[in-house]
Design a protein around this ligand. Structure first.
Ligand code: ADP
Ligand code: MG
Length: 751
């Protein structure tokens, strides 16, 4: 049997089992062996009931004789209570706040429990013991002489229980024989990591927690190391591509700065010169610009674009929403107008050009085909738009720079598109064939790539997932910003908050109201349990013990709009913004809302998360978020960044009906944090990786994300990957590794 063998060819599986396994991501023997438990139940000190000692920890195997869910006399708690018997006696069992156990542990079930025996009112009992249902399978390992002390618990799905997995995984180990080691021996030795087979065995059936911990360390290292190898390989590849040469023009940049109504921050200055330096290098730039909301990324993009245009190359600037594309278009016109740069706007609903035929100061609508002709002829130097930019028919004459704003918002495919184009260039060199082939019409050399994001991610994640990119950080806010006051609002404070908002709007300010999307799927990971040190993190499948929040809690935009307009703020102008509006309608609303203070026609904008990215309305000082617990911290932080952009004190009110400690604690982190990077680190350390704007976005396992909590390990993995790729770029000496890395490249998402 080989690791690649399909699980259905190894075991006899019913179709239901097969699809249940698939749901857990298990299709091959490897998948199953790498399906790690997220914790272990410790069953130590197996005793007969008659041997139990009050106050001592023990495990008991027995049969459930009765079990019921009931309310305690104080009516404060629901408990499941019953009794367990073995051939020596009877013991009471009770679980607090887990009434569903009465449905799972039915009378007659054979179970093993573990906990501290206690005594009250003449009865011997266990309160909240660990439990596990036993079937015939498990008895193999739990005969009374040699009890299993650590029992792995896996994320389950309907039809696949932990117990079933244990049994099958044991069988796999019996049949699999030797496993090829993928990590080079020297590296294993250097970091004291166990070999693959030993580690796999220890991960599933450890003898001690320390053994499980060592296994975890190995697989965490393994995942980060493999990703790093793949990224370093990409990086090496990128270095072999010929880039467009852009000569920086100091005078020009100076002049550009002279026209600005403000002084650039030193962080902005630094990043601009980093980028201009990259332009001089022989290979194309691949740079990620990270900067908290409001740190001023757009102007950096404008400055370096000017430099590219000055070298007679074109710029493609892609934004995730039409609103944002339009806003960038207008900002670029304002900043570059003195330099007579022609700028185009292309979204699926409109095409515009600046300057218009009639006026040097204005933009005008033109047909899409006309706009595309101008772009192809090189008469439009900067084309700004949405993903409409990556259509086949968009061809540039001389593309020098691609900028992607809010890059995390683009889908895998769209990002892959750009990467693919680069590879084509390598393959086809300067051949004219490429001109026809590539979608973003690259000419001769590959254009530079600048990705921008306001999603603050922890350093370890950036090092890993963006290992192939250079990183710039805008770690300084433009001066004069007033810190936004953030409050988590409970239902009983709602009325007062409305009154406060009323006063602000009367003073002439504006407000955003954000509601969770109407059709949003419930977030499975919103209530993810924390993982304990020494155990494996929970895998992605949602566990039956961890149900998602109910859908009906969501506030629909329309409903909220109606409520505010009719009952709460009848005296104000209120409008809605959501994905179902036509682009024209959206534009109309944004125009009315974002007109200069005093001229604005809308006081309150009720919106879905479409305003999350980029929108800039300095007169808006209130951000009110409904259903705060439904959003990730990073996203909430983004919402908050929509206010606090002007001269007035701004406020962010996060409404939540949840009173649970964990929800509030998390929202409070938002209240207390100084910036997005701090929040990201908080999310990683305390909330688990699910909150990090979707682990799924990165295509990493929870194990890998868990590993990111360890900066030393991440740095070691990165160092080793760099060394290896430098010595052997194609990993020819390590065929297994080469294959794995290739698979990872296909699986992992591009940025
Ligand atoms: P983000 O990084 O979130 O994309 P923007 O580029 O939208 O931020 O900039 C936010 C606001 O800050 C804009 O109104 C912009 O004009 C302003 N801004 C940018 N840089 C500076 C600066 N150095 N000084 C003052 N205001 C600035
Ligand atoms: Mg922006």
């Amino acid at each position: 049997m080989k690791l690649e063998d399909k699980i259905e060819n190894i075991f006899r599986l019913t179709p239901a089992k097969k699809s249940a396994l698939k749901k857990l991501g298990i299709t091959t023997a490897r998948d199953m062996l790498y399906y790690f438990p997220f914790r272990y139940i410790e069953f130590s000190g197996l005793k007969k009931i008659s041997e139990l000692v009050i106050g001592e920890h023990a495990s008991v195997i027995g049969e459930v004789v009765k079990i019921e869910a009931e309310k305690t006399w104080k009516k404060k708690m629901i408990i499941a209570q019953g009794a367990l018997k073995d051939d020596t006696g009877l013991v009471s069992i009770v679980w607090f706040n887990q009434p569903y156990l009465a449905n799972i542990l039915k009378p007659g079930a054979k179970i093993m429990i573990s906990g501290k025996a206690a005594y009250k009112k003449g009865k011997l009992f266990f309160a909240n013991p660990e439990w596990q249902i036993l079937t015939n399978n498990l008895q193999l390992t739990t005969d009374n002489k040699q009890p299993t002390t650590l029992l792995p618990v896996y994320s389950e799905t309907y039809g696949v229980s932990s117990e079933w997995l244990r049994w099958q995984i044991k069988r796999l180990f019996d049949e699999i024989g030797a496993l090829p080691e993928i990590i080079p021996e020297e590296i294993l030795k250097k970091y004291h990591l166990p070999g693959v087979k030993r580690a796999l065995m220890a991960a599933h059936f450890p003898k001690t927690m320390a053994e499980a911990g060592a296994a975890k360390k190995r697989f965490a290292f393994e995942e980060i190391f493999f990703i790093q190898l793949e990224r370093q390989k990409q990086r090496k590849k990128n270095e072999e591509i010929k880039g467009v040469s852009i000569k920086p023009n100091e005078e020009l940049i100076k002049e550009f700065k002279g026209f600005l109504p403000y002084k650039l921050t030193s962080a902005q200055e630094k990043v601009i010169s980093q980028i201009l330096d990259d332009f001089k290098k022989p290979h194309p730039m691949s740079r990620l610009l990270e900067g908290d909301v409001g740190s001023g990324k757009t102007i950096v993009a404008a400055a370096v674009s000017l430099s590219v245009v000055n070298n007679n190359y074109q710029v493609a600037f892609m934004a995730p929403t039409e609103i944002l594309a339009r806003q960038h278009f207008e900002e670029f016109i304002r900043r570059l107008e003195p330099f007579r740069v022609s700028i185009g706007l292309l979204t699926s609903s409109e095409s515009k050009k600046f300057p218009s035929k009639l006026s040097f100061k204005k933009s005008a609508v033109l047909s899409k085909s006309q706009l595309l002709k101008f772009v192809e002829a090189g008469d439009i130097k900067i084309l700004i738009g949405t993903h409409a930019l990556i259509q086949d028919k968009v061809k540039f004459k001389k593309l020098g720079l691609v900028i992607i704003d809010e890059q995390h918002r683009f889908g895998t495919e769209q990002r892959a598109h750009l990467v693919k184009n680069k590879e084509e260039i390598k393959q086809y060199g300067d051949s004219p064939k490429l001109l026809k082939k590539s979608q973003i019409g690259f000419v001769k050399s590959a254009p530079h790539l600048l990705s921008m994001t306001a999603t603050p991610i922890p350093r370890t994640l950036a090092l890993t997932i963006y290992g192939d990119l250079d990183l710039s950080v805008l770690d300084e806010m433009p001066p004069g910003r007033i810190k936004i006051i953030t409050r988590v609002v409970s239902p009983k404070e709602r009325v007062n908050t409305y009154e406060f908002i009323r006063e602000e709007i009367k003073k002439g300010r504006q407000a955003f109201v954000i509601c969770p999307r109407i059709d949003a799927a419930p977030r499975n990971n919103a209530d993810k349990t924390r993982t304990n040190a020494g155990t494996f993190p929970r895998l992605s499948a949602s566990s039956p013990r961890n149900p998602a929040l109910p859908l009906q809690e969501m506030k629909a935009v329309k409903e909220e709009y109606k409520k505010l307009k009719e009952h709460i703020f009848p005296e104000f102008e209120i409008a809605m913004l959501h994905g179902k509006l036509k682009p024209k309608e959206k534009e109309e609303v944004m125009k009315k809302f974002s007109a200069p203070a005093g001229d604005h026609k809308i006081d309150i904008l009720v919106s879905t998360s479409v305003v999350e990215v980029g929108v800039d309305v300095p007169n808006a000082t209130i951000m009110m978020i409904e259903g705060g617990e439904r959003f990730g911290l990073a996203q909430l932080h983004q919402f908050r960044g929509r206010v606090g952009r002007g001269e007035h004190q701004s406020y962010c009110f996060v409404f939540t009906e949840h009173s649970s400690g964990r929800v509030r604690e998390r929202l409070r982190a938002l209240q207390d944090s100084k910036n997005g990077f701090e929040l990201a680190e908080y999310d990683l350390m305390f909330r688990g990786p699910g909150e990090l704007s979707g682990r799924n976005q990165w295509g990493m396992s929870d194990m890998g994300m868990e590993a990111l909590k360890n900066i030393k390990m991440v740095e070691a993995a990165r160092l080793e990957a760099q060394n290896l790729i430098n010595q052997d770029p194609e990993l020819k000496k390590y065929p297994f590794l080469q294959k794995r890395v290739q698979e990872i490249g296909e699986k992992l998402h591009f940025e």
